[in-house]
Design a protein around this ligand. Structure first.
Ligand code: PEP
Ligand code: MG
Length: 571
């Protein structure tokens, strides 16, 4: 029996058969020629057959998919039969190029041409690149890139997943996610939690597990075992029963003694919002607007944006919806805002900073938000990502005021904002702690890197201290206002990073004084259940304990030891 230890990022215990995510298709060498004994017309025929089979495969998947995934697959299937693409590849083959190199180059020029046309056509540019990779894989006889298609449920093992992979991930057949890379705040972790799939990241060595092997995955313990034992089988069966009891949240986030901590949802669009409302979310604490436009090469129009935002607001009439302006860059590039050649994108022009280099996009987004808000009944709050200084917060607040948005706020995800929270909060109405980026920047550890997963956890006492400083800054700002004759209530400070979805950490954050917790809707029931088992005073005691720990591991272990309910529920 072989075991793999990684970091558990989404609870659940399950047994299933492994499917490895194929490696990305490598570029055929530049100048690769057609073999001397192959006639160009035979190579063209082989290329057409490969393109046809890519088309048929994608079409079959589209026919059995629904929603966003169906649209993505249909558009990609059509591209496989694109005459311009195949004709220009044919010309290159007739000029002596290998079929693989020909389709690669033809794909690059068609993609560039579509990109330059702009609008809807530009949206198809990435589909061409996907299609050419699939055709090359077919010609080489290797598995197609992307999430494998299968009718039989499987445990997906990959290096890491990108946000765009979500569209084609079918939660009905994917039982669990295991990655060799990624960290607790990576998008694999976020996707897994939002789909309610058990997941383990940073599990070194899992890339070597053969397709079809049976494995046991424990998404809370971060453990993967080849050849599951009887004990593993019993624990998977027990989880199937417990998870049913953790499926529903009663819509009331509170400690045992009635200290209210509204539990909100993180959403990426209308579909998530409707699902979150159905799961009892008390509002939306983070609407990641960039998720509506990940496939776009060009800026969406104000009308298009307003429609996308209103669809989310409409799922929560009378409730709070915190929308975040486009957070493009680093792990979420948007071609119309980000520079793909930046040497260090996480420290680059991302989030609010894209307004420095591409002015106008933010103002147009605020116009769309204001319009959608005025046509809906949701209580819309708007925050900017990656705010580093009080001056940036002030400028964002004035842009919001100019657009008619009443409640501007900021994400606190850069340590400088946490350290100067009192002055930052003077400028805006609220703050929301983005613990994913706050951890990456406090620890100087890229959140996407598996080898740094141990550093990259919000249990790090340094990160918890930054959370505490932000809450203290809010109190100090409130007291300052009171001293000068104004109302003295501290402005709200919520958490919308993945930390809020960890039931033990949710208790600690409550003890540190955060006012709301926002998470993937699937975690609401678990967090709500555990929160109800402690009083505010006990939560404060656990927060002190975590802050005093010498390491993230001890902080987590010490707190978990005081919350036996976690073990009972398999969380
Ligand atoms: C965060 O950084 O914690 C956050 C919520 O934003 P994102 O994960 O989208 O960067
Ligand atoms: Mg962030």
């Amino acid at each position: 029996m072989q075991n793999f230890q990684g970091v558990g990022v989404s609870p659940g215990r399950i047994i299933g058969s492994v499917r490895q995510m194929p490696k990305p298709v490598s570029e055929p060498p530049s100048g690769e020629r057609l073999a001397a004994d192959v006639a160009p017309e035979d190579a063209v025929a082989r290329l057409k057959a490969a393109a046809q089979s890519v088309h048929d495969e994608l079409k079959a998947r589209a026919d059995s998919a629904s929603g966003d995934g169906k649209a993505v697959l249909e558009a990609t299937a059509l591209m496989a039969k694109d005459t311009m693409l195949l004709k220009s590849a044919g010309k290159l083959i007739n000029a002596g190029s290998s079929a693989e190199r020909a389709i690669w180059e033809a794909g690059a020029s068609v993609s560039e041409m579509l990109h330059n046309l702009g609008g809807y056509m530009a949206e198809r540019a990435t589909d061409v690149l996907d299609v050419r990779a699939r055709i090359v894989a077919e010609l080489r006889g290797v598995p197609a890139p992307g999430i494998p298609s299968s009718e039989t449920p499987f445990i997906l093992v990959a290096e890491d997943l990108a946000p765009a992979d979500t569209a084609t991930l079918n939660p009905a057949v994917v039982l669990a996610l295991v990655t060799s890379g990624g960290g607790p705040q990576s998008h694999t972790a976020i996707i897994a939690r939002s789909l309610g799939l058990p997941a383990v990241v940073a599990a070194h060595g899992v890339d070597e597990i053969a397709d079809g092997s049976e494995v046991y995955v424990d998404g809370a313990a971060g453990f993967v075992a080849l050849e599951p034992s009887d004990e593993h089988r019993a624990s998977a069966t027990a989880w199937a029963e417990t998870s049913a009891t953790l499926a529903a949240f009663d819509g009331n986030g509170t400690t045992a003694d009635g200290h209210l901590v509204p539990l909100l949802a993180n959403v990426g669009g209308a579909k998530d919002a409707v699902a979150a409302a159905g799961l009892g979310a008390q509002g939306v604490g983070l609407f990641r607007t960039e998720f509506c436009f990940l496939e776009r090469d060009t800026e969406p129009s104000v009308d298009e944006q307003a429609a996308a935002y209103k669809a989310v607001f409409d799922a929560f009439p009378g409730k709070k919806v915190v929308l975040r302006t486009l957070d493009a860059g680093a792990d979420k590039p948007l071609p119309f805002l980000t520079d793909a050649t930046e040497p260090n994108p996480a420290l680059g022009v991302r989030g609010y900073r894209t307004d420095f280099t591409t002015p106008g996009v933010l103002e147009r987004q605020l116009e769309a938000i204001a319009r959608a808000a005025s046509e809906s009944e949701a209580d819309v709050w708007v925050m900017a990502p990656m705010i580093s200084t009080a001056a940036e917060a002030g400028r964002f607040a004035s842009l919001c005021a100019a657009a008619g948005i009443k409640t501007p706020g900021v994400m606190v995800e850069v340590p400088s904002a946490a350290l100067t929270a009192a002055t930052v909060l003077r400028e805006v109405g609220f703050a929301s702690l983005g613990t994913n980026d706050l951890t990456q920047y406090a620890m100087a550890a890229d959140r996407q890197l598996g080898p740094l997963a141990e550093l990259n956890t919000p249990w790090q006492p340094a990160v918890l201290r930054l959370v505490q400083l932000t809450v203290e800054g809010a109190a100090q700002e409130g007291a300052g206002r009171e001293a000068s004759g104004g109302a003295g209530a501290a402005k709200p400070v919520g958490v919308c990073g993945e930390a809020a979805a960890d039931p033990a950490l949710a208790v600690v954050l409550t003890g540190l004084g955060v006012t709301t917790l926002s998470m993937t809707a699937r975690s609401l029931a678990a967090v709500g259940t555990v929160l109800k088992t402690v009083t505010l005073e006990q939560a404060q005691e656990l927060a002190r304990l975590a802050l005093s720990a010498p390491s993230a591991t001890e902080a987590r272990e010490w707190v978990r030891a005081k919350l036996p309910v976690l073990e009972e529920l398999g969380l």
